[in-house]
Design a protein around this ligand. Structure first.
Ligand code: SF4
Ligand code: FES
Length: 385
């Protein structure tokens, strides 16, 4: 294995590492951004390999490690992995559902130096939340977990993924965050990748509901200044400009899958013909600098019009490559979430149509299923759902 470090002047270091420790999860959220083909436990990296990856990440200049999944506390070695982060001076963020064995491991995680907890909440009303997450009795477990997080003095962020099944609860999410003592709340409208893409018609809210949710967040930001920070992720399909997905391709983030495949973003595997490298064969520095997947859409040389001559091209880096592939059939196209894309109006029309239809049942996230996305795009508008 080559231990290549990128040239600091030519290539900035990644800031964050998303460590997808496992795809196992007690919840089955239909908005999950994990891939449809989930990695099985038998193929997961072992403790020593994760520790080596974290050591390489620290050497590369990574500051934050997001311990994620699936449910990261499903790993027996989550405490050892967290301790390694602390020893290396990496800021560790546990991204958790707070159910299953999470509470039982929390004190040990705190003792070895866990820095931050991000807890998902699927809804405010327990029955609604548990329907979305696909797990009975999840809500009381989450509340008990949140209570222990704040008792320990750990900073708590609540993450609420918003869609048509819970958009009426945005005010309630804000009240809940205050009640649970969270310092931050993410009101994150669903991004349609992985399972969320399959479930798009079931999840798409209408524009009036989205606008109302934004007004509620803006008012609460004023009211709760100094008490609660609220991050708002607006839904792409109703946006004017796309977001800089993953901070720009190959610019800030490395995503390591449970089996050790290294991706520039969590949905990159949906793009055909990209060559991904594994931590078993290459050092993280080599992958960051030279992996074909990382270099494919880094910078602006790959861009086509209208991105190529757009003055926002180094702000949003052309939006999301995975969404461009899914909606425009070309990962190098302008993200159709952008109002300057020739497909934007059609994408918005699709969103309006889906939001007006009776929602189909959720397709719940599960390991070992053979789900095929059957989703309308601007290229197959006539396809039956
Ligand atoms: Fe961003 Fe491309 Fe749209 Fe310009 S045309 S705003 S660079 S996505
Ligand atoms: Fe892959 Fe946006 S999710 S670039």
């Amino acid at each position: 294995m080559n231990a290549i470090t990128p040239n600091a002047t030519a290539l900035p270091a990644p800031v964050g590492l998303l460590a997808e420790l496992t795809h196992r999860c007690p919840l089955r959220c239909p908005y999950c951004s994990n891939p449809l083909e989930l990695d099985r436990r038998s193929g997961e990296l072992d403790t020593a390999t994760w520790q080596r990856v974290l050591t390489e990440a620290a050497g590369l200049g990574v500051l934050h490690v997001h311990l994620s999944g699936g449910e990261p506390t499903a790993r027996n070695d989550i405490v050892e992995i967290t301790q390694t982060c602390a020893k290396l001076g990496l800021y560790s963020n546990l991204i958790t559902s707070g159910v299953g064995g999470a509470l039982a491991k929390l004190d040990a995680l705190y003792d070895v130096g866990l820095d931050h907890v991000q807890l998902s909440v699927q809804g405010v009303d327990a029955a609604n939340a548990e329907k979305i997450g696909g797990l009975k009795n999840a809500q009381p477990q989450k509340f008990a977990f949140a209570e222990r997080v704040t008792q320990l003095g750990l900073p708590l962020t609540l993450n609420s993924v918003i869609h048509r099944g819970n958009i009426h609860e945005v005010e309630g999410f804000i009240d809940l965050a205050v009640k649970l003592g969270a310092k931050r709340l993410e009101v994150a409208h669903t991004q349609y990748y992985g399972w969320a893409y399959v479930n798009r018609a079931a999840l798409m809210p209408n524009k009036a509901e989205v606008d109302r949710s934004i007004r509620i967040v803006e008012a609460a930001r004023e009211r709760l200044k100094g008490q609660l920070v609220i991050d708002l992720v607006v839904p792409d399909y109703y946006a004017k400009y796309p977001k800089a997905c993953a901070g720009g391709w190959g610019r800030k983030l490395m995503n390591v899958t449970p089996q050790g495949k290294v991706l520039p973003c969590h949905a990159a595997e949906t793009i055909p013909n990209l060559e991904f490298w594994y931590v078993s064969d290459h050092s993280l520095g080599d992958i960051w600098a030279n992996s074909p997947a990382f270099t494919a859409y880094r910078g602006t040389d790959w861009m086509k019009e209208p991105c190529r001559s757009c003055d926002r091209r180094e702000k949003d880096w052309g939006g999301c490559r995975c969404q461009a592939l899914a909606l425009a059939g070309d990962a190098a196209a302008t993200d159709p979430a952008c109002s300057l894309s020739p497909l934007h109006a059609k994408v918005r029309d699709l969103a309006v149509e889906e939001a007006a239809e009776t929602p189909p049942d959720y397709v719940y996230r599960t390991i070992g299923s053979n789900v095929q996305p059957n989703v309308r795009t601007p290229l197959n508008e006539e396809a039956p759902l």
